[in-house]
Design a binder for this molecule. Structure first.
Ligand code: NAD
Ligand code: MG
Length: 396
């Protein structure tokens, strides 16, 4: 078997570390070609020592110089680069077979798009890419023959439950509904009056999954599920009405597909991202991922509830922007990134997150999605406005 070269965008994050664990288990199949991170020099250096990638990337030149010096001292041949241009280049080089898109937020858009345009196997965790530029990205995938494999656990489950030729159209395949499961996060049953006082640590204490802080806050507001509705719309070319969110607190069913004959096909498993990561890496084969087998007797029961769109305003906003189309999802995504960062820094209350998202959406008209420049323009404008609204105390 020929070894596959993988570029890992966001190698020091939660998904990145799990990806490297799967690579570690299958050295015959996979080689880390480029490891890319924001600013965690120590962690990236350790990863370089173990995985000996051809390239490593950090965000800015001083950090890259520090890492380069340490790599040289350790006798590593790893070449260290910096900046988004390096991410774009190392996602598209001919030697690269697959790219794990696991940067958090809008910062991952350009390199992930570059991987699609270079016709790579794109393993997509970075859902914000599809939220911001779904039309553009899916067009690039089709145009350049890229292979797009969803890593987000729900979308990976849906991908597994759909027929292999689902691209010919969900209706033609007899699909009636996509059942997108959601844990409901840590505040599913918290009294509404108590939500105002919620702290970042409480919001990040997800009942079932250990994840990065941004997606953890998104899970607590259910913005994450909203982003995933938009993600599903693009990945599977599904009409918004076909996507039903199902609150399922145990996170055992990762999502399901309901067919015209009454069948519902679901994918189940322990909440461990190495399952969808390994699936995306090995597809159409299956490989060991280090994940504990699912013990149904220990689980005992599975519960299901309809989502509460009043408590979780962000979920409603996601359906709204999906219907509006154009740059509306990019505007929501940008406002939300600013809101979550401000919440994590103690500058915005938990309930300020949906308020800010809604206020920014109300203030900025959406335009057609257009080019990458249009999307990035809408993103920048929404960030500016959201930042100003927090700074001048309009939203607290
Ligand atoms: P994380 O915060 O743990 O890691 C983010 C990674 O991106 C880090 O390696 C960081 O260094 C890197 N990064 C951030 N900004 C960057 C920049 N400007 N340039 C280069 N690198 C940058 O996040 P995570 O939980 O691993 O999530 C990553 C993505 O995967 C998110 O889009 C998230 O929604 C998605 N996702 C995560 C999970 C999960 O279980 N963690 C599940 C489904 C989807
Ligand atoms: Mg998910």
């Amino acid at each position: 078997m020929t070894q596959q070269n993988i570029t890992v965008l966001g190698s020091t994050g939660s998904i990145g570390v799990s990806t490297l664990d799967v690579i570690r288990r299958h050295p015959d199949r996979y080689q880390a070609f480029a490891l890319c991170a924001h600013s965690q020099v120590d962690k990236l250096f350790e990863q370089c020592l173990e995985f000996r990638p051809r390239f490593a990337v950090l965000r800015d030149a001083p950090l890259a110089a520090e890492l380069a010096a340490r790599c040289r001292q350790a006798g590593l041949a790893t070449e260290v680069r910096h900046g988004v241009e390096a991410l774009v280049e190392l996602s598209a080089l001919p030697e690269v077979d697959a790219v794990m898109a696991a940067i958090v937020g809008a910062a991952g858009l350009e390199p992930t798009l570059a991987a699609a345009r270079a016709g790579k196997r794109v393993m997509l965790a970075n859902k914000e890419v599809l939220v911001m530029a779904g039309e553009l990205f899916m067009h690039a995938v089709r145009e350049h023959g890229a292979t797009l494999l969803p890593v987000d656990s729900e979308h990976n489950a849906i991908f597994q439950a759909l027929p292999a030729d689902f691209a010919r159209g969900l209706a033609a395949c007899g699909v009636e509904k996509i059942l997108l499961t959601a844990s409901g996060g840590p505040f599913r049953n918290t009294a509404l009056a108590d939500l105002q006082q919620v702290t970042p640590d409480q919001a990040c204490a997800h009942p079932n999954w250990v994840m990065g802080r941004k997606i953890s806050v998104d899970s607590a507001t259910m913005m994450n599920k909203g982003l995933e509705v938009i993600e599903a719309r693009w990945l599977f070319d599904a009409a918004p009405e076909m996507i039903q969110v199902v609150v399922h607190p145990q996170s055992v069913i990762h999502s399901a597909v309901q067919y015209a004959d009454g069948s519902v096909l679901a994918q189940l498993g322990n909440p461990d991202m190495r399952t969808p990561i390994a699936y995306a890496m090995a597809w159409p084969e299956r490989i060991a991922a280090g994940v504990e087998p699912l013990d149904l007797f220990r689980i005992g029961r599975l519960d299901f509830f309809p989502p509460d769109f009043v408590r979780f305003r962000c979920l409603q906003l996601a359906y709204d922007v999906l219907r509006e189309g154009g740059t509306a999802p990019a505007i929501l995504n940008a406002a939300n990134e600013i809101a979550v960062a401000a919440f994590l820094e103690g500058r915005l209350s938990f309930l300020g997150i949906p308020r800010l998202n809604e206020a920014v959406l109300a203030a900025l008209p959406a335009a057609p999605e257009g080019s990458l420049a249009d999307v990035l323009g809408a993103d920048a404008e929404a960030r500016r406005l959201a930042t100003a609204m927090i700074a001048d105390g309009r939203i607290g």
